[in-house]
Write a protein that binds this ligand. Structure first.
Ligand code: ZN
Length: 144
């Protein structure tokens, strides 16, 4: 076998097969029949589509207060523009009948929470910058 044929194989030999090689998205389907685009796990399915991992999650939920740590995927924080883009896409999908109202509501709520966290983060940094300035300038004091 020529060396060139080995390209794409990882060091553990656990090489994804078929379409998963080129597609870095979950191979599962959404409830509406569209392909899932969530990042895939080792089996090629995302956290929510991998039945073994979902069973693990449900089992932990049943036990309640179980100390077992779930390996939830961590996404990158959304920028304001990105959030608005997602919101626009959700609205368009809702109006086109491709997305149910419950899912759209949940998505909008999550984006709202995300914005609140981002706004809190900005405020926190501004307050820290102001405190830094006050520490340097001793002639200014905090209002009592
Ligand atoms: Zn999926």
């Amino acid at each position: 076998m020529a060396d060139g044929c080995r390209r794409g194989y990882d060091v553990n030999g656990a090489t994804p097969q078929g379409p998963m090689l080129s597609k870095r998205a979950c191979t599962g389907m959404r409830a509406d029949g569209s392909p899932c685009s969530a990042p895939p796990g080792p089996g090629g399915l995302c956290f929510w589509h991998d039945s073994a991992r979902r069973e693990e999650m449900l089992e932990a939920a049943r036990k309640g207060g179980s100390r077992k740590v779930l390996d939830l995927p961590v996404g990158a924080p959304l920028g304001a523009e990105e959030s608005r883009g997602i919101l626009a896409a959700v609205l368009a999908a809702l109006l086109a009948g491709a997305l149910d109202a419950g899912t759209a509501r949940a998505a909008a709520y999550i984006l709202q929470v995300e914005r609140r966290i981002a706004e809190g983060d900005v405020l926190e940094r501004r307050v820290a910058a102001l405190e830094e300035l006050l520490m340097r300038d001793r002639s200014v004091s905090w209002p009592q």
